[in-house]
Design a binder for this molecule. Structure first.
Ligand code: OAD
Length: 259
């Protein structure tokens, strides 16, 4: 990582009227949750067509719950890492207006971020596709040895995590808030995502169209790196963000605005 580049990004963040971040599974790998498409990722173990489409869930929810239970075991003990707390610090410093996350693990909120838009829902809630009743996933988990998969307390139908499966729409409120946040940002940080899944992948385009500088943080190059991102910082998000924060703090310090 070049110091000059970091300084430039930090200056843009501090000067920006509004900055935002788009995050993906790569921000949580350092918390022990594998991503989807890397070597060892979830889609290597489970074919998304068989396990992650809404049609697959409706056809055979018991089968899909095997994957959900597997994921839950990883999510249960996961703690926020310096990528999550780093993004929260940027918000606290007043240089990040909000995060659009594709993650369903709640770790941004646990890491201290306030304005988090959950584009793909949150795995801590379960919903009933039949009567719309909601249940806390934790409560259902505590009862797994008696009832698995968990059933709706109201109508007895098998519950579904309140996350977006392939073939389901993005929750309208999250979609509207994300597009509003992305428009007119000065800097969009794109952290730990392959940026290949639509419509989340449109967010960098929306931001770019309205003049944003795109700053990508990833352990490898992505579809954005060549000819789209203004900066690609190669490295782990949990190591890169703390370095970027130091650079931001140095700029703020110079301006006398460090809090
Ligand atoms: P992917 O698995 O597609 O991409 C994860 C990205 O994170 C890759 O580009 C990795 O190189 C990068 N990465 C991994 N560890 C990292 C680290 N420590 N620091 C920085 N980068 C790291 O996951 P997403 O882009 O989040 O949707 O996938 C988007 C959506 O596809 C998910 O929300 C999920 C999935 O199918 C649904 O299930 C609807």
């Amino acid at each position: 990582m070049k110091t000059e580049e970091l300084k430039e990004i930090a200056e843009k963040l501090v000067a920006g009227e509004k900055n935002a971040a788009l995050t993906g599974a790569g921000v949580s790998t350092e918390s022990g949750i594998p991503d989807f498409r890397s070597h060892g990722g979830l889609w290597e173990k489970y074919d998304p067509m068989e396990y992650a489409t809404i049609d697959a869930f409706r056809r055979d929810p018991e089968k899909v719950w095997v994957m959900i239970k597997d994921m839950n075991a990883l999510l249960e003990d996961a703690e926020p890492n310096p990528a999550h707390t780093g993004l929260a610090r940027l918000e606290e410093l007043g240089v990040l207006a909000g995060i659009v996350t594709q993650n369903i693990d709640n770790l941004h909120q646990e890491g201290g971020s306030k304005n988090v838009i959950e584009f793909h829902g949150n795995g801590r809630r379960l919903v009933c596709l039949k009567c719309n009743a909601a249940q806390d996933a934790e409560k259902a988990r505590a009862n797994w040895d008696k009832e698995f998969p968990p059933r709706c307390p109201e109508c007895g139908y098998i519950l579904k995590p309140d996350v977006v499966f392939f073939g389901e729409p993005i929750p309208p409120q999250a979609s509207a808030r994300a597009m509003e946040l992305a428009q007119g940002v000065s800097v969009l940080l794109v952290v730990g995502t392959s940026a290949t899944v639509a419509p989340a992948s449109y967010i960098p385009m929306v931001a770019r169209k309205t003049g944003a500088a795109i700053v990508e943080i990833n352990i490898e190059n992505t579809v954005l790196s060549e000819g789209f991102a203004d900066y690609t910082l190669l490295g782990k998000a949990g190591e890169t963000l703390p370095i970027l924060i130091e650079a931001v703090e140095a700029v703020l310090d110079k301006k006398g605005g460090l809090t």
